[in-house]
Design a protein around this ligand. Structure first.
Ligand SMILES: [Zn+2]
Length: 290
């Protein structure tokens, strides 16, 4: 059964929060129509789960973008998400990716996390892609930006079926002054999480999985949130971006090519507009000029 859910949890006795997510159908949809190799698909799956887990950084309504840019065959890979866990993403690939590791796929480059609240200031954080895995790069991001210690586990499988899942553990500011005890608790919780096999995170229900790991601790599991894949492109959006082009220029292209073609890099949808589809746009602009 495919699962697309994120669940947050809290250790009642430690200042530690957690999140667990599975996004199997979103993973299928985000990689559909792209002809990615297994290696690139898995990278997209991990990035999809990572972005989902990081939406907690959005304190209010807005968008978060996690992007990899490097000099490997995967020039760019990006996932956008909003606070309601609606996601889309794409990768730009040039060259052979068969059998390559994460480091070989992305090469030297950067990991960028951008946060754009609907009301408020944009924020962007950048860290070098200099670790063996995406999760290690993200953990390094939290370390470098002097945020709370964070552990991230990511898994994706696109070989036999589409499955991706992950876990995030993060310390909260310690209430008491016993920093050492706090750190020990965090190490303990993380060590247990690392005993999980990928298959267990793919298959187990979240409550079952947390019980298996932390039955000796008091864990509060919050309501699940659905993860949805949806591209934001549409005919209306294409038309509104065409509205910024001079009508004369539009007519010129139509005369030359018979239609205006647009392509969405995210979902690989092709849009085609002939003169009849653009009439409104041409008339509107025409009227404004008089
Ligand atoms: Zn699209």
């Amino acid at each position: 059964m495919m699962k697309d859910q994120l669940q947050r949890f809290l250790f009642e006795d430690f200042q530690i929060r957690g999140e667990i997510a599975n996004a199997d159908s979103s993973f299928s949809e985000i990689t559909a129509n792209h002809n990615y190799t297994e290696e690139v698909s898995n990278l997209m799956g991990e990035l999809l789960i990572a972005t989902t887990l990081l939406t907690a950084m959005l304190k209010f309504e807005g968008k978060i973008t996690v992007q990899l840019q490097g000099d490997g065959p995967v020039k760019m890979a990006v996932i956008n998400a909003n606070q309601n866990l609606v996601l889309r993403g794409t990768a730009s690939v040039d060259g052979d990716t068969k059998g390559l590791s994460f480091e070989q796929l992305v090469g030297k480059g950067h990991l960028m996390i951008s946060i754009a609240p609907e009301n408020g200031e944009r924020y962007q954080g950048i860290v070098a892609l200099d670790h063996k895995s995406l999760s290690a790069c993200l953990e390094n991001y939290f370390k470098q930006s002097e945020q709370l210690p964070t552990r991230i586990i990511l898994h994706a499988n696109s070989k036999d079926k589409m499955q991706c899942a992950g876990l995030l553990l993060q310390t909260l500011p310690a209430k008491d002054a016993d920093i050492e005890k706090h750190e020990n608790n965090f190490q303990h919780v993380c060590a247990l999480a690392h005993t999980l096999k990928a298959q267990e995170i793919y298959d187990l229900e979240h409550d079952e999985l947390l019980f298996r790991l932390y039955h000796q601790e008091e864990v509060r599991l919050f309501d699940e949130q659905a993860i949805t894949y949806q591209c934001s492109c549409s005919t209306e959006r294409c038309l509104s971006s065409l509205a910024s082009i001079q009508p004369e220029e539009i007519l010129e292209i139509l005369k030359e090519r018979g239609a205006i073609e647009m392509h969405c890099e995210y979902c690989a949808t092709d849009y085609r507009f002939e003169i009849n589809d653009l009439q409104v746009l041409l008339v509107d602009t025409h009227n404004q000029q008089h």
